[in-house]
Design a protein around this ligand. Structure first.
Ligand SMILES: Nc1nc2c(ncn2[C@@H]2O[C@H](COP(=O)(O)OP(=O)(O)OP(=O)(O)O)[C@@H](O)[C@H]2O)c(=O)[nH]1
Ligand SMILES: [Mg+2]
Ligand SMILES: [Zn+2]
Length: 314
C-alpha cells in the first residue's frame, strides 16, 4: 500500500472507523484500510470510539496495522446503535414478526430529535401485513415514511438514492429486516440475514456488530437489532426537555396557558387540546407520557456530559 505524504512524514492520516470489534478498529484511510488499536489515552479518558468516528491514525511497522492517535470532533453520535457523524437514522420496522411497538419507535425518534438527527421510517414485510395505519400515523407526525417488501424489492426505489449520500445508520428490532433491505438496495453487500424464531416470533440477532459499508457516494451502517424488552428504558435527559423531541408538538409548546406546562394534565394545555382535536395522535402522546414518567425524577446534576461518550441509554 502506498503511503501518503502525511503518513511518510509521521503525522498520521485521517480516516473513518468502519468496524469496531474486540478492541480493534478497522479504519478506512485514503491509503487503504488499517486495523488499529486505540491509543491508551482513550481508555484513560473513557472515550468510546465508535463506527463513523473520524480519527487520525499512525501506521505501525506491521503493514496494514495502525494506532488511532486522535479523535476528530463529532457532528453527533448515538449510543444505541453506537454510531457517530450520522446524516440520518433509518428506523426499520416490520409489519409483523416482530410486530411494531410504537413506544420503542417513539423513544428512538425522540433521541434522534434531541440530537437533531433526521429520521427516515421504513416499514418492511408489507407482503405479510398491512402498515397503512402506522404509516399514516407517522406521516401525519411529520416523518418521511417508506414501505417496502425487501424480498421482491417493491417500494425500495426511492430509498436507494436517499441512502447513496451521507452516512445513514440503520436501526430496529432484531428480525425487522435491516440487512435484508440493505441487500435489496445494494446487492453487492451480501449481508447475512436470519430466520425469525418460530416460537418467539422475533429475530435471532443475526447481525453481530456495527459495520459501515460504502453505498454509492454514501456510507451505511448495518447494526445488530435490539429486542423491545431491553429498550424500554429511556436515558438521561430532563423531563422538561422531552416535549420538543416530539417534533409535531413544537408548534403548540409556547401556546399553553402556564409556563412550565408538562403537557400531561394541565388546564389550558395546547398540546392536550391538539390531541383532543386529533391534530396530535393519541398514540404519540401516550408515548410522551410514558417517557415523561421515566424521566421525571432525573435532576440536572445527574445528566451526562453532553457528548455521548457515556451512556444515554441502558
Ligand atoms: N416476507 C418478508 N420477509 C422479510 C422481509 N424483509 C426481511 N424478511 C425476512 O425477515 C428475516 C429477518 O431479516 P434480517 O434482514 O436478518 O433482519 P435484521 O433486522 O437484519 O435482524 P438482526 O440482524 O438480527 O438485527 C429473514 O428471514 C428475512 O428473509 C420482507 O420484506 N418480507
Ligand atoms: Mg441484520
Ligand atoms: Zn401544555
Amino acid at each position: 500500500m502506498a503511503l501518503t505524504q502525511q503518513e511518510r512524514e509521521g503525522t498520521g492520516a485521517d480516516g473513518i472507523i468502519t468496524k469496531s470489534q474486540g478492541g480493534f478498529y478497522w479504519v478506512r484511510t485514503p491509503g487503504g484500510d488499517l486495523v488499529c488499536r486505540g491509543r491508551g489515552l482513550f481508555r484513560k479518558t473513557d472515550t468510546v470510539l465508535v463506527v463513523g468516528d473520524r480519527v487520525t491514525v499512525q501506521p505501525t511497522v506491521t503493514p496494514g496495522e495502525g494506532t488511532i492517535v486522535d479523535l476528530l470532533p463529532r457532528k453527533n453520535s448515538l449510543v444505541r446503535p453506537p454510531v457517530a457523524n450520522l446524516d440520518r437514522l433509518a428506523l426499520v420496522v416490520s409489519a409483523v414478526q416482530p410486530s411494531p411497538n410504537t413506544l420503542v419507535m417513539d423513544t428512538l425518534t425522540a433521541i434522534a430529535a434531541q440530537r437533531n438527527i433526521d429520521v427516515v421510517l421504513v416499514f418492511t414485510k408489507t407482503d405479510l401485513g398491512d402498515v397503512g395505519e402506522l404509516a399514516d400515523l407517522y406521516g401525519r407526525a411529520g416523518f418521511r415514511v417508506y414501505a417496502v417488501n425487501s424480498l421482491t424489492g417493491e417500494g425500495t426505489g426511492p430509498l436507494k438514492a436517499l441512502f447513496s449520500q451521507g452516512l445513514t445508520a440503520f436501526c430496529g428490532n432484531s428480525g425487522a429486516g435491516k440487512s435484508s433491505l440493505l441487500n435489496a438496495l445494494f446487492p453487492g453487500l451480501g449481508l447475512a440475514t436470519g430466520e425469525i424464531s418460530r416460537k418467539l416470533g422475533r429475530g435471532r440477532h443475526t447481525t453481530r456488530h456495527v459495520e459501515l459499508f460504502a453505498a454509492g457516494e454514501g456510507l451505511i451502517a448495518d447494526t445488530p437489532g435490539f429486542s423491545a424488552v431491553d429498550f424500554l428504558r429511556f436515558g438521561r435527559m430532563l423531563a422538561a426537555d422531552l416535549a420538543p423531541c416530539f417534533v409535531e408538538f413544537r408548534p403548540y409548546l409556547d401556546k399553553c396557558r402556564f409556563n412550565g406546562c408538562s403537557h400531561r394534565v394541565e388546564q389550558g394545555c395546547a398540546v392536550l387540546a391538539a390531541v383532543e382535536a386529533g391534530d396530535i395522535s393519541q398514540s404519540r402522546h401516550s408515548s410522551y407520557l410514558a417517557l415523561y414518567d421515566q424521566l421525571k425524577d432525573i435532576k440536572e446534576w445527574q445528566l451526562d456530559k453532553p457528548e455521548a461518550q457515556g451512556e444515554d441509554l441502558p
